[in-house]
Design a protein around this ligand. Structure first.
Ligand code: ADP
Length: 552
């Protein structure tokens, strides 16, 4: 049996602390990149205050804190203070310089701690959940840091109290954009524990890059005396890349758009209010990029997992069919072989009184030995191809049912059958080989769908009902609105090769029953609209199969 695909526990790499060597290397790289980046992007600073409308360095220290946790705080603090002195030529007092950076480090330190330890986000960000948490927590902490940061300068007398709300908003905007654009890019670029740990995301195609560049040009075109702003054109290439490349492509494109936008605004020399306006729009674009990209990536991952799972189930099904065929053949051939052996022995006894050459007895003995050998070969084959003992482990009954329904949903939709899962949770765990039990459920639901489709039933519905059973276990019930099991099939349901379908093999139910019995459970036809055992009230249409599995 092929092993289940190994899925990495979410956030495993982020909640682990980096080694001393990794911490040192990351810190050095951080300092080496931070200062030039801060210098490069230190545009439109608010006079007497170092607030810029786009602050990618915030995205950089957020990424470092996510990689390193609390151990990265000192290096972030020192780098911020140095950057203020060197790059920004900090104008206020030493006290406000130290206090304002302390506010930043404390605010984002808490955010990183929550994301690493409490939420345990997956650094690959390929789930909408992870993107949602990153954006939500980072934006909230920026909103908490902003008024404290600006407030420190108000207390210092560097700015008027009346300016606080507007400045705090500008601070928030700069950090929010910096984080939304830079942090996801860096997290995709470097994931500790992955090999290789640094990996560039796959770039968009040449056509997509050209479309992005063209859209950027359009934004800066002076249309209608500059009264129109065509910013929204930028959403088109972004959506295109997000749909084709998933999150990594979307993040890369958002970064390219943001860089192009800032370069354009600087080159043309837009006033501060225009830059703030564009950055507000850019924030909407970056958030769209993140969520759309994550949605596409998540969907792809789920589809890939489903395909893997289906391939595995198909493999198990083939094995089960071969095993069941060998078993049935062995059973069928054993009888004639035993008969041949006893006839040959009888012939030998009949010949005993007669004048026959000794060679004749020798030949009869050989014939019997060969027939016995044939029996052993068949029995051996049966053992070899048999399903073996299942790997029983405690599995959540609800999880098995959900996965089985997900796997057969496309089949149901194709046949216009409504498939419903009806569970009364909480349900206990069952002792099961998950794949084998899913195989049973799939087979039962598939039979129901086939019966409904073949009879072209007016009501087309299959229900998988899962209930906690009073006798220490779980019952899974597959009920359909089809024609029911034909009367002449009811007694032969579990005999191999009994089928009413032109292309059927008649092995599905025998395999299901032997799987369920090897789990210490039971499988039976619990209600049937046709005559015979299990027939229910006249109003009840269709067949209902029930499986009981003991609780773990
Ligand atoms: P196969 O599907 O290859 O025929 P199975 O052992 O799964 O083999 O089923 C045996 C027979 O039982 C089917 O051919 C069909 O006649 C009958 N059967 C099974 N499930 C249903 C159902 N839900 N409704 C009606 N008939 C059913």
């Amino acid at each position: 049996m092929p092993s289940m695909p190994v899925t990495r526990p979410a956030g495993a790499f982020l909640s682990a602390s980096p080694s001393g060597r990794d911490l040192l290397l990351l810190s050095l790289a951080f300092m080496a990149v931070y200062l030039p980046l801060d210098w490069l992007t230190f545009i439109h600073p608010r006079p007497s205050l170092n607030i810029t409308p786009w602050n990618p360095p915030a995205g950089l220290f957020m990424a470092l804190l996510l990689w390193t946790g609390a151990r990265g705080l000192p290096v972030v603090y020192v780098t911020l203070v140095v950057a203020d002195l060197v790059v920004r030529g900090h104008p206020a007092s030493a006290g406000s310089l130290l206090a304002s950076n302390l506010a930043i480090v404390a605010g984002y330190g808490v955010a990183a701690h929550v994301l690493r330890r409490r939420v345990a986000i997956d650094p690959a960000l390929e789930r909408v959940r992870d993107v949602g948490w990153l954006v939500g927590v980072a934006f909230l902490s920026a909103a908490a840091v902003a008024p404290v940061f600006v407030g420190i300068f108000v207390l210092d007398g560097a700015i008027a109290a009346a300016d606080l709300p507007l400045l705090a908003f500008q601070y928030w905007l700069g950090d929010a954009i910096g984080i939304a654009v830079m942090t996801p890019f860096l997290l995709i670029l470097h994931q500790p524990g992955r090999t290789p740990a640094w990996r560039l995301p796959k770039p968009p195609s040449a056509a997509q890059t050209a479309a992005t560049a063209a859209a950027l040009l359009v934004v800066f075109l002076p249309v209608g005396d500059g009264r129109f702003n065509l910013f929204y054109v930028l959403f088109l290439p972004l959506v295109w890349v997000a749909v084709s490349h998933g999150l990594p492509g979307a993040v890369l494109t958002a970064l390219a758009i943001q860089s192009g936008l800032i370069a354009g605004l600087q080159l043309i020399g837009f006033p501060l209010h225009a830059v703030v306006y564009h950055q507000t729009l850019m924030l909407a674009l970056a958030i769209t990029a993140l969520f759309l990209g994550a949605l596409v990536s998540e969907r792809r991952r789920v589809e890939a997992r489903l395909r893997e799972h289906q391939a595995e189930l198909a493999h198990i099904a083939r094995l089960a069919v071969t095993g069941e065929m060998a078993s049935a053949l062995a059973h069928e051939l054993n009888q004639p072989l035993l008969a041949a052996i006893s006839y040959t022995r009888a012939a030998q006894r009949v010949l005993e009184g007669c004048e026959v050459p000794p060679r004749a007895h020798e030949l009869i003995d050989k014939a019997v030995a060969q027939a016995e050998r044939a029996g052993e070969v068949i029995r051996g084959l049966r053992t070899f191809l048999g399903k073996g003992s299942p790997q029983l482990v405690p599995e959540p009954a609800a999880g098995i049912a959900r996965e089985a329904v997900a796997l057969v949903r496309a089949d149901a939709a194709y046949n216009r059958v409504e498939l419903r899962l009806d569970m009364a949770e909480p349900l206990p765990d069952v002792l099961a080989d998950r794949i084998q039990i899913e195989q049973v459920l799939l087979n039962l639901v598939h039979n129901s769908i086939e019966a409904i489709a073949a009879a072209d039933s007016p009501v087309r519905e299959v229900v998988l009902r899962v209930r906690s059973a009073p006798s220490e276990g779980v019952t899974f019930e597959v009920e359909d609105s089809g024609p029911g099991v034909p009367a002449d099939m009811v007694d032969r349901l579990y005999s191999p090769f009994a089928t009413t379908k032109p292309a059927g093999m008649g092995l599905g139910l025998p395999i299901c029953r032997s799987i369920v019995e090897s789990h210490g459970g039971r499988l039976w036809l619990s209600r049937n609209s046709g005559p015979g055992p299990g027939a229910g009230p006249a109003a009840a249409q269709g067949a209902q199969f029930r499986m009981f599995l003991p609780a773990a």
